[in-house]
Write a protein that binds this ligand. Structure first.
Ligand code: ZN
Length: 374
């Protein structure tokens, strides 16, 4: 059989530039109307029993070239279990070499989270007792912006993910968090539902997700630079979510992401906002310390540089929410590589570990839920 590579499916992204038997030169397509690219997801057929070399020749000019050294591509034969495979980066080219045991294999930047799986998640959670569903609006491609509400307490908690659609670990985190939050027998979840109302947007950017984008929506807009002045033309996703937040208020929020370069899980806060208060700062520090104590996959030695006083970028959601609502808000970053404090050579950072982290993030919130509305 002749080997073949294709990407014409939900969240697919790759172009075949040339093929010489089992050696491919590939390139990642840019996000529509944007220069960002890094997400890839493709299928390889017809190569059982042979080793295939796949060279992504435009990797060096991608959005985050620092994401490639130390990175290993994920592959699957059943689209459920995603393992790491031999990957190297040199001279701007990312080379994936895989000994194929099957005639139908899948490769991706990280375990994909398809729009179909998103619909399954939203539908199954919305059907549970105590959960209500609300569409906050429509995207430019005409998809619903799904929001699930759980709990009846005073504290208003917002969890939202995948502003950057290629960061699929963010929606795996959501799957783990929602499973715990809706568990009728989990004592942590029972207290959280009593003390707080959760507004959960599992996917802020369904258009970018389906299109196979890294970082932007259908108009090529980075949604996490729109929170100061979202518009219906450029960023209806942000406008719809922020309008609903204006109605509910926000006491606590997590914006869930993945980071291409840094091999750790970490949080970024809102240090440089104009109206920063010591109370907000202390609660953020307390959350970070609590999560580090609960999860060996979380730490706060490594992360982003902290903005100086008054230097916060208010176009980013975490800063905007802290400034606008006085919220304790934060950006959670998980690696595309691995957590170097607790590496797993077979799987790297994974969908499963993202889900466990989602559960632990709720556990940490439980420890301080009283303080949010005190
Ligand atoms: Zn991101």
């Amino acid at each position: 059989m002749t080997a073949h590579i294709s990407a014409a499916f939900d969240s697919g992204n790759i172009r075949v530039l040339s093929q010489d038997k089992d050696r491919f030169d590939l390139e990642i397509a840019r996000d529509h109307q944007s220069d960002f690219y890094q997400w890839f997801h493709f299928r390889l057929t017809g190569a059982a029993g042979r080793t295939v070399e796949m060279r992504i020749v435009n990797a060096g000019r991608s959005a985050y070239p620092d994401g490639w050294p130390g990175y290993r591509a994920r592959w699957s034969d059943d689209r459920e279990t995603w393992r790491q495979t031999e990957t190297s980066f040199a001279d701007g080219v990312l080379t994936i070499r895989h000994a194929c045991a099957s005639d139908s294999l899948w490769f991706a930047y990280f375990a994909p989270y398809s729009i179909e799986r998103h619909h399954d998640l939203v539908s199954s959670v919305a059907a549970l007792p105590g959960v209500s569903y609300r569409s906050l609006g429509r995207t430019l491609d005409g998809q619903e912006i799904d929001c699930l509400t759980v709990g009846e307490g005073r504290a208003q908690v917002w969890l939202y993910a995948r502003q950057h659609p290629g960061e699929t670990m963010a929606e795996w985190w959501m799957e783990g968090a929602l499973a715990r939050l809706t568990d009728p027998a989990d004592p942590v979840a029972r207290v959280l539902r009593r003390e707080a109302t959760f507004h959960v947007v599992p996917n802020m950017n369904p258009d970018g997700s389906r299109r196979g984008h890294l970082r932007t929506n259908a108009a090529g807009v980075n949604l996490n630079r729109e929170w100061h002045e979202p518009t219906a033309e450029r960023s209806p996703e942000v406008l719809a979510v922020r309008n609903r937040m204006d109605e509910t208020g926000v006491d606590f929020a997590i914006d869930v992401h993945g980071d291409e370069a840094i091999p750790y899980v970490f949080l970024a806060g809102f240090e440089g906002i104009p109206s920063w208060t010591e109370r907000q700062g202390k609660l953020f520090a307390r959350y970070r310390e609590t999560l580090a104590r609960r999860s060996p996959d979380f730490q706060f030695r490594h992360g982003y540089a902290v903005a100086g006083t008054g230097q916060a970028n208010l176009s980013m959601s975490t800063n905007q929410l802290a400034e606008r609502y006085g919220a304790v808000s934060m950006t959670l970053e998980m690696p595309f590589k691995d957590n170097d404090d607790l590496p797993d050579p077979e799987f790297g950072w994974s969908a499963e570990r993202s889900m466990r982290l989602g559960e632990d993030c709720l556990g940490a919130l439980h420890e301080m839920i009283d303080a949010l509305t005190a």
